[in-house]
Design a protein around this ligand. Structure first.
Ligand code: PMV
Length: 359
């Protein structure tokens, strides 16, 4: 599959107006994507758990314009007009116009809302960009008519990637791989694919509690962070390591070996942040409370024999991953020892989910 395959053939149908609503989840990477080439091509493959509760719902209304000279759209977050979101959407539209040539022919009203607090420091770009890509694909499906479900999802993921890399992992499936890897059949740099191999029941309903350590805006955007991997002294080794970690993950997922899972996932999280700390200019996204929580988790694990582990995104918040049968104990642990390190005592209980839905 190459990029040109996503340019549609001539539209056979015409449509004046309509609307589509999609709900799409966030995801949390186990093997991280950090560093990209031109056109949002990842430097290394990644794999993520799809989340269940942390979602964006987006409704896109569209009506035919007189002319097709410019992009025309309005965007609302929780019913409030958000002109400051416009440049990001305009950039996204410019990138995908060649693949969705109807974009300038309509005026779009984009209404979006998140199930998680907007200012929670949780990346809303993955759920937001995937929900928007799906709505636009629904419009294209009307214009083309004969689009198979498989091609629909593949192209939606391809488009979502052009909005925000990790967004292409939020479309379908509980575990999603993005980035070409020799041991994973069907994997591609262009879109995310459902993890195609056996997964041990230990991972069924795997839990993710997100401890909100810092709900502010990120100090360094992920675009800048990715760019700092160009010429980074450890970049090539890191990309090799991610490939190897993804190979190792295949047998971990098959065997349900939670000790190996913990070691790999925590190492990935710390490596991601180590790359940030060793960039030039360097930066630190963890906060003192991030480290306090990590140490508490390590102690808890040692004392209790729990299989809980942590992972991090590009921010200070801590994702606690643990098997379903530990949910009750972990909730107690959070309430008694960890909530004090969360901003305004806030955390979000989530778990592995199954992808986006047309509403
Ligand atoms: O999707 P982006 O470009 O915002 O990059 C995010 C990358 C990480 O969240 C830090 C890791 C990952 O693989 O999701």
């Amino acid at each position: 599959m190459v990029e040109e395959n996503f340019i549609p053939k001539k539209y056979t149908n015409s449509i004046e107006n309509g609307s589509f609503t999609w709900s799409s989840p966030s995801n949390i990477a186990l093997v991280k994507y950090w560093g990209k080439k031109e056109h949002q091509i990842p430097e290394n493959p990644s794999i993520s758990f799809t989340l269940n509760h942390c979602k964006t719902t987006t409704k896109v209304g569209f009506s035919k314009k007189e002319d097709a000279d410019n992009f025309s759209f309005d965007i609302f977050l929780d019913n409030e007009k958000k002109d400051d979101f416009k440049p990001k959407i305009e950039t996204f539209f410019k990138r995908i116009e060649i693949y969705l040539p109807f974009l300038k022919a309509y005026h779009f009203k984009i209404e979006t809302s998140n199930t998680f607090p907007h200012s929670s420091g949780i990346a809303s770009s993955a759920s937001g960009m995937s929900a928007l890509a799906l709505c636009l694909m629904s419009v294209e499906k009307e214009l083309l008519q004969d689009v198979s479900e498989e091609n629909f999802t593949k192209k939606a993921s391809f488009l979502a990637r052009l909005g925000s890399g990790s967004a292409c992992r939020s479309l379908e499936g509980d575990l999603v791989v993005w980035g070409s890897h020799e041991a994973i059949e069907g994997s591609s740099d262009l879109f995310g694919v459902k993890y195609p191999y056996q997964v041990h029941p230990n991972f069924k309903n795997y839990q993710d509690t997100i401890l909100l350590v810092d709900k502010g805006e990120k100090q360094v955007s992920s675009t800048i962070g990715h760019n700092l991997m160009h010429g980074h002294p450890f970049a090539q080794e890191r990309f090799k390591q991610a490939n190897k970690n993804l190979s190792d993950m295949i047998s971990i997922l098959k065997d349900g070996d939670l000790d190996k899972f913990i070691a790999l996932v925590e190492s990935e999280a710390l490596t991601l942040h180590a790359m940030m700390m060793t960039s030039m200019p360097y930066f630190i996204l963890m906060k003192p409370n991030t480290l306090k929580i990590i140490n508490k988790i390590w102690t808890y694990r040692e004392v209790s024999g729990s299989k809980v582990c942590f992972t991090l995104d590009a921010g200070a918040n801590v994702h606690m991953l643990y098997p379903e049968n530990e949910a009750e104990n972990i909730q107690e642990f959070i309430k008694s020892e960890l909530v004090t390190y969360c901003q305004k005592d806030e955390y979000i209980n989530d778990k592995i989910g199954f992808g986006a839905k047309l509403l």
